[in-house]
Design a protein around this ligand. Structure first.
Ligand code: XMP
Length: 317
């Protein structure tokens, strides 16, 4: 039967045989999948693994710096690239979800390629693709693929002629986490909720601006910290906040306000293909809502998403 220990042992052996002394480049996203893929490859080939971590400016608040530091602590050979301004400039005025995804996917590839080309003699591109990514990207396996383009599959730098290596391709998320634990990766990293490649851009409905990103980062931070503090974070498969393109009237002191509305989302799932909304305690929601409205300028209303997938999706775009 399958155990994470034997998976690690046999995969490390296979990777060594396959890769020999070749150099491999891998894009880290901060997520569980690419992190586990990196540590597995690092165990197999050490410094011949070159990691690139692109900051799209669309990550959670402070995430880039915090995660970069933990990658370095794990001994990974990682180059961090701050490219937030490029992403924001290219997204300016774009509202349509799939166009946002395409732009972000293209920007990631561009920034990544520019860095990858500096690595001499690199032969392989490693990816943290897992089984649900393979299914959701493959239209013969159902309608889901045509609904959203997931940019974390594909995007190979063509002219570099790299071969692909995907050590997690046959695993589900829970198996990836088990593998990560047997590799000694910290619970804080392993237990993290999934986060979409296009980041907060697809949680800002409508066009994306620096100001909206900042508002959403602040809202999200309060929500996620509160989930952790209440011991709810690990009971939820994925949570996040969505900034709606809606303004509504509120009152603050004796002033009338006309400001943005955010939706909070929390779901349980095993693989993201189906999901149920989580019955978070009313008291918890009340406290979080108050904290958000009191602390985040520009938000005067909080709603909670009570839709399951299907027919709703986890993300709003
Ligand atoms: P949906 O919204 O399709 O989400 O129910 C299912 C899972 O996929 C994530 N997601 C994405 N991940 N690129 C990604 O890497 C994307 O464009 C993307 N869209 C959705 C979502 O966060 C959830 O975990």
């Amino acid at each position: 039967s399958w155990t994470s220990e034997s998976f690690v042992e046999s995969t490390v052996r296979e990777l060594r045989e396959k890769l020999g002394d070749d150099r491999v480049v891998l894009g880290l996203s901060g997520g569980v999948d690419s992190t586990v893929a990196a540590v597995l490859l690092h165990r197999a080939i050490g410094r011949n693994l070159y990691c690139i971590f692109v900051d799209s400016g669309l990550l959670r608040k402070n995430e880039f710096d915090e995660v970069l530091e933990s990658y370095r602590d794990m001994g990974l050979n990682v180059k961090g690239v701050k490219a937030g301004e490029k992403f924001l400039a290219d997204l300016a005025g774009v509202s349509e979800p799939e166009r946002k995804r395409k732009i972000i996917g293209r920007d990631f590839v561009e920034v990544f390629n520019e860095e990858a080309q500096r690595i001499e003699d690199v032969r392989w591109l490693a990816q943290g693709t897992i089984y649900p990514d393979v299914i959701e990207s493959c239209s013969v396996n159902g309608p889901s693929a045509t609904i959203k383009s997931h940019h974390n599959v594909g995007g190979l730098p063509e002219k570099m002629n790299l071969k692909i290596v995907e050590p997690l391709r046959l695993l589900f998320k829970d198996e990836v986490r088990r593998v990560g634990r047997s590799l000694g990766i910290s619970e804080r990293l392993i237990g993290r909720h999934p986060f979409p490649g296009p980041g907060l851009a697809i949680r800002i409905l409508g066009d994306v601006t620096a100001g909206k990103v900042e508002i959403l980062q602040n809202v999200d931070r309060i929500y996620i910290d509160a989930l952790r503090a209440a011991g709810l974070y690990d009971k939820v498969w994925q949570a996040g906040a969505i900034l709606l393109p809606v303004k509504s009237v509120g009152v603050m002191g004796d002033e009338r306000t006309y400001e943005s509305c955010v939706a909070l989302r929390a779901v349980t799932s095993t693989d993201g293909m189906t999901a149920d909304w989580v019955h978070l305690p009313y008291e918890f929601l009340a406290d979080v809502s108050n904290e958000i409205i009191n602390k985040v300028r520009g938000v005067n209303r909080v709603v909670y998403d009570i839709s399951s997938k299907p027919p709703a999706t986890i993300e709003w775009e």
